[in-house]
Design a protein around this ligand. Structure first.
Ligand SMILES: Cc1ncc(C[n+]2csc(CCOP(=O)(O)OP(=O)(O)O)c2C)c(N)n1
Ligand code: SF4
Length: 466
């Protein structure tokens, strides 16, 4: 009977219940997985470990490792590991990334995490190309190496030189441990084993950032058998990527604290004042709202105030911003979901309430509003679209009211007043006002000015003009 590797699930039920991995024969990923699993188990870290899987041939790490698992988008494992290690400072966090994942699309994420000295172990698998997608050139491809996108061999004049990630990270002050190893033969695997263990000990002891690069064969895309692929690693790859330890500060006595270890996640989620726990209310019909306009008009803040007010009333809420590349002037929107139970998705594709503060957002989102829904839009827009069947259109001169009230930038607050007066929010006004005031906690001078705009908007609606 084949003994299972330590640190792995008994059977890979997330895959197919078997004990076989998805890796090709002779692939380095399988060896590296085994080294990590064993070290994690031997050091007694399994219950404390959160493993971040990348995109690439190792995308399915969560099939195998018997520990906490999170899957990251392509190139983002170091960013996800940063978040995890900061909110869960007592955990051991591992990011596992390929050379396409870390060296190309995710290089900046990985580099900045190393530079900040984030508290996780980054295991970097360098097989010199993008394996999962069929063997395209990666930043680590050797000069002259043939890949599907460099069929005549990598030409460094056209495509640059191989990226030596260990050497680059070794220029940074923060990393505690950096080593390049290989899994091409038994002797090298034993060194790799020591490196994996050391990187995990750095995590166990809270010392900081550890990085291990593995030179790893990919027989399939190199179009070689396993033995030839192992030779390619030792004879070709090692010439460009010399093995060795580039940094070892592990003997330093003082453990460095995580950059901003967030000790109490609950307190963070609830805000510094301490929040209100949501109250389950199965009868409450989930609301979907969209606040949209130009960046700089305060649509994101408007959504935040509405979400905050609903939260103060004991509802489950989500607030999901979306903005264009421009800081000012681009399209921006905030999706707010308010529920009586935990919210499945914060995305709002079919709002029952739309606030549109400009023409483009009105035109963009109006067709998405559900039957029975309401659209409150800036009355000065030049073109009034027709209302879709069953949708109520309400023009509202928010900009003029804000201007006449002395705070032209507070058109978003004018919309808030109008929504309350029209009964569109379905929540106590006291919660809305508390949320509005709280949104200016760092600029108290704006509280009264926004209240003035808010009251003017309500008066405008009350006087029958809404
Ligand atoms: C955002 C995004 N862009 C592109 C892809 C396609 N893609 C999947 S895996 C991969 C390359 C993975 O290469 P590497 O990180 O070297 O891992 P390997 O497969 O070699 O283990 C790419 C480009 C994707 N999944 N997501
Ligand atoms: S394609 Fe290459 S990296 Fe991917 S599993 Fe096969 S041998 Fe491993």
């Amino acid at each position: 009977m084949i003994k299972r590797a330590r640190g792995f699930y008994d059977t890979f039920d997330r895959k197919d219940g078997s004990r076989t991995t998805t890796f090709c024969a002779g692939c380095g990923h399988g060896i590296i997985h085994k080294l990590i699993g064993e070290a994690m188990a031997d050091l007694g870290l399994q219950d404390r470990t959160v493993f971040v899987s990348p995109v690439g041939c190792a995308a399915f790490c969560y099939y195998y490792f018997d520990c906490g698992n999170v899957a990251a988008p392509h190139g983002r494992a170091s960013a996800v590991a940063t978040g995890l290690s900061r909110v869960l400072p007592d955990k051991v966090v591992i990011a596992y990334q390929g050379d396409g994942d870390l060296g190309a699309i995710g290089f900046n994420n990985a580099f900045q995490a190393a530079n900040r000295g984030e508290h996780f172990a980054c295991f970097f698998v360098n097989n010199s190309l993008y394996a999962m997608t069929g063997g395209q050139m990666a930043p680590t491809t050797l000069p002259g190496q043939k890949t599907t996108t460099t069929p005549f061999g990598r030409d460094v004049v056209r495509t640059g030189h191989p990226l030596r990630v260990c050497e680059i990270l070794a220029q940074l002050d923060a990393p505690v441990y950096i080593e390049r190893v290989s899994v091409a033969d038994t002797k090298r695997i034993m060194q790799a084993k020591r490196a994996v263990r050391k990187a995990l000990e750095v995590q166990r002891d809270g010392k900081g950032y550890a990085f291990v690069e593995f030179l790893s064969p990919c027989p399939t895309n190199w179009r070689m058998d396993a033995l030839k692929a192992a030779d390619f690693v030792t004879q070709e790859m090692e010439r460009v990527f010399p093995l060795g330890c580039f940094r070892d500060h592990t003997a330093k006595p003082a453990a460095a604290p995580s950059p901003i270890a967030i000790k109490d996640l609950t307190a963070l989620m609830q805000g510094s004042e301490g929040g209100i726990d949501p109250v389950p209310d199965p009868k409450f019909k989930e609301r979907h709202m969209k606040f949209s306009g130009f960046g700089g008009q305060g649509v994101l803040s408007l959504g935040l105030v509405v979400a905050e007010a609903a939260g103060r009333g004991g509802r489950y809420v989500s607030w999901f911003p979306s903005y264009g590349p421009e800081q000012r002037g681009g399209a921006a929107s905030a999706s707010v979901v308010i529920g009586g139970k935990e919210i499945g998705s914060p995305a709002v594709d079919a709002p029952d309430l739309l606030v549109a503060m400009n023409q483009p957002s009105l035109e963009k989102f109006l067709p998405t509003v559900v039957k029975g829904g309401t659209v409150l839009f800036e009355g000065s827009v030049p073109l009034r679209p027709a209302a879709p069947p069953g949708v109520t259109l309400r023009p509202f001169p928010a900009m003029r009211i804000a201007e006449e009230s002395g705070t032209p930038k507070a058109a978003n607050t004018a919309f808030l007043g109008a929504m309350v007066e029209l009964g569109l929010l379905g929540m106590p006004e006291a919660d809305v006002l508390a949320a509005l005031d709280a949104s200016f906690s760092e600029k108290p001078a704006l509280v009264e000015r926004n209240r003035k705009v808010y009251e003017a908007a309500k008066a405008w609606v009350r006087n029958g003009r809404g």
